[in-house]
Design a protein around this ligand. Sequence first.
Ligand code: FES
Length: 495
Amino acid sequence: MKKYKIKLYPLGKELEVNENTPLTDVLHEYGVEFPCAGKGTCGNCKVKVLSGSIELSDNHKQKVEKLGLEDNRRLACLSSCTDDVTLEVDQFAHIILADETEFEFTAQKGFGVAVDLGTTTVVAQLIDLSTGEVVAVETLLNPQVRFGSDLISRVQASLDGNAQEMTKLIRESIGSMIELMLEKHPAEPDKVVIVGNTAMQLIFADCDATPLAAYPFHIDDLSKKTFDANELGWNFNTNNKVEFHSSIGSFVGSDILAGIAATGLHRKEKYTALIDLGTNGEIVVGNKDQIVCASTAAGPAFEGANISMGMRATTGAISSLSFENGEMKAEVIGNSKPKGICGSALIDAIAILHKKELIGMFGEIASGEESIKLAGKVSLNQKDINEFLLAKAAIAAGLDILASNLSIELEDINEVYIAGGFGNYINIENVVSTGMIETEGEKIHKMGNTALIGAKMLLFKDADFTKTILQKTKHINLEGDPNFQDIYVNKMMLL
Ligand code: FES
């Protein structure tokens, strides 16, 4: 297969990709968001073609004209790689990727670093605080994955005596990522803000994460942790302390706190939900007066784990499925042969199979066979379908119980924001038809990496900002609700 080179400005990144690889696949890794989910209507994913060319389909041309873009501008969500290109990514020039009108961005002197420390991926961005511009980006696979891919295996690794090693690894890695960015843009960072789930915070801060291994999962101190750069072993100074923001609950971390900031949920009149569909599904519902949040035992199905042919959203993963002309049609990341299926396509598969009556309301395979072929050699078996039903029921039940805690109905929730690694790829219609989120599709918006967006916002905010959010946010233990089991079992059905 033909390969093309892509250069990204202002990051100075150069990569090689397969012919016809969608630009969404390429840019998503660098934290670029696709707010209208690739419909070509918002214009937020626009890029300037500095050299080479990007072909314009009729639809793409119409959208470019409608948005009044200059000749050398393209919408990344409608573009594929068919030439060596140099692109200036517009979004890196803007700190605020959502809710632009309400976020007061006050220019400051100097540079800041925002870090989203995920269980799987770490993303760091260097921000010019005077313009809000992203001037460098680094992404890395969390080096702790050698101790297990999910959060629980990291906690287990802590119990097994590997806590200090994991602390050392992650501190070194984030330090190196920042150094790499500073090599490109020599500066002394004024601020470093890190957000992540509670386990990541505890391990980074060298605090005991082992209570997360067993009931009642109680952590005494969830507060913000601050450090001097040299205490972290970093080879550069920061003018202010490095901050790892407060967690909200044992399984609801500062990544969700940042998500609340990014969506502006805490300022909304109407009830709004934020759902992070990661390994551990976190759900927030609230408005300007009160916010409740919880983590669900959604399981790792959405990240491809526990699914026989499941994989993360990387090259070779089926990222979406549709049923056209009597057969399944698969989109594969990196435009290569399908090797497995990631969370977004798993949702599509279940929605399609149920619609076509190939699986019943309990997910049972109608033909009685062991598995159902999807595309190429990729198939789903009964256990995979059951795993999905457990995950979707956990989200649906969580949302239901949080709404009850606020004494509201699900229909009172005005908007639902979806965050998380594969959020950009999910098909909202299919999410709704599986019953995972019981609301109308028009109310659901994809927001991409809200943790990173929020971390960038926190660079510009003082301590009172997060304090206000934390004061009105209550953490709910879903399993503690007397109706949880009944609701959960009920939500497992496909209707
Ligand atoms: S135009 Fe909205 S994501 Fe591309």
